[in-house]
Design a protein around this ligand. Structure first.
Ligand SMILES: Cc1cc2nc3c(=O)[nH]c(=O)nc-3n(C[C@H](O)[C@H](O)[C@H](O)COP(=O)(O)OP(=O)(O)OC[C@H]3O[C@@H](n4cnc5c(N)ncnc54)[C@H](O)[C@@H]3O)c2cc1C
Ligand code: FES
Length: 320
């Protein structure tokens, strides 16, 4: 996908669902049905700020069979490059935005006999649509949802009302921890685990499942990866013979887009592989921030995922 595959939507509803989280309901500008999606999907939201365009992925939360509107929820992240703040401070009922078609990099496994969902904080969002889908299919699932406090946890009451004892909440301010080791040791064959939340929580859940003997194919995760900041550097484009500067707060992909160069992307989070680009020269080191390339590919220095990775050095030459 490139930036040109966008659909115009307008905001039909905004609700503050927790102290730092707002939910937005989006409808097509001409009230046409939106595309169907599957549980766990996300869209890329394109925000036109005064001085730049910000494109952030957000998970779809509504019922996948409801194509009349999409729902996303956004956590306000302080000291960030500004997308979540833009959504909180500038986007109101009636605001028009552009979004990509839905993409699913975190679907529930079709053959799983049970689904163990583990969410931390804003990592609840992909599970909202996943649970709607699993519930409609009559699939066996349970959600373990860790939140800082009742005030910071979004959708706790709604989830308990909708799914009853299949929802387990853990409040950090009351020292409640997800007893993952015990949960995983009591599952029948064919169960799958899914985790989404802060990176330390994902790492801990993956480690716990592996130590408990769960096979890799039964363990799934989605990380809300964003391009980290760093020092500015130059990108030399071998095919088009152009040079562009990547600012300290920009990804290579964002710098290309700012210069009118349409580069491929899907997830913008280092997971899908769409933006993989050949490196033909680098006068420093590539800082690989994706979870797509293999360790051997990263070590070769011949490939870079331009949505999240950057270099420490002055210049990198790409096959673009
Ligand atoms: C597939 C996918 C789905 C996503 N779904 C959602 C969603 O449903 N709701 C949502 O709020 N965000 C979601 N995100 C994250 C979102 O795209 C942005 O990264 C986030 O809103 C911050 O954007 P920003 O422009 O404000 O800050 P950025 O500069 O992009 O991020 C700033 C820093 O904050 C960290 N950070 C980014 N996001 C978070 C976060 N959510 N919580 C804590 N720290 C964070 C990053 O690691 C980064 O270092 C998703 C990301 C991906 C890849
Ligand atoms: S756009 Fe998905 S890995 Fe870069």
């Amino acid at each position: 996908m490139t930036a040109s595959y966008l659909r115009r939507v307008k905001v039909a509803e905004v609700e503050r669902v927790a102290s730092r989280i707002k939910r937005f309901r989006l409808v097509d500008v001409e009230n046409k049905p939106l595309s169907e999606f599957s549980g766990g999907s996300h869209v890329t939201v394109c925000m036109r700020a005064q001085d730049r365009v910000i494109r952030n992925p957000y998970s779809l939360m509504g019922c996948p069979s409801d194509t009349s509107s999409y729902q996303i929820s956004v956590l306000k992240v302080d000291n960030s490059r500004g997308g979540s703040q833009f959504m909180h401070d500038n986007v109101v009922v009636g605001t028009e935005l552009e979004i990509s078609e839905p993409l699913n990099l975190f679907p529930p496994a079709k053959l799983a006999r049970k689904h163990i969902l583990v969410a931390g904080g804003i990592g609840i969002t992909p599970f909202m649509s996943m649970m709607s889908e699993l519930d409609a299919l009559g699939s066996d699932f349970e959600l373990h949802y860790g939140v800082r406090s009742a005030a910071e946890g979004a959708f706790c009451k709604l989830l308990e009302a909708r799914y009853g004892s299949r929802i387990r909440l853990y409040l950090q301010d009351q020292d409640q921890m997800v007893p993952l080791e015990r949960i995983l040791s009591n599952q029948r064959l064919g169960a799958h685990m899914y985790v989404c939340g802060p990176k330390p929580m994902i790492d801990w859940a993956l480690r716990t499942a592996t130590l408990a003997g769960w096979p890799d194919e039964s363990i799934h995760s989605e990380q809300f990866n964003a391009p980290p900041i760093g020092k500015p550097f130059v990108v030399k484009l071998a095919r088009s013979r152009r040079e562009i500067t990547v600012g300290g707060h920009q990804s290579i992909l964002e710098a290309l887009e700012q210069n009118g160069i349409d580069a491929p992307f899907l997830c913008r989070g280092g997971a899908c592989g769409q933006c993989e680009t050949e490196v033909s020269g680098c006068d420093g080191f590539i800082e690989h921030n994706d979870h797509y390339l293999s360790e051997a590919e990263k070590a070769s220095g011949r490939k870079i995922m331009i949505c999240v990775s950057r270099i420490s050095g002055d210049a990198v030459t790409l096959d673009l």
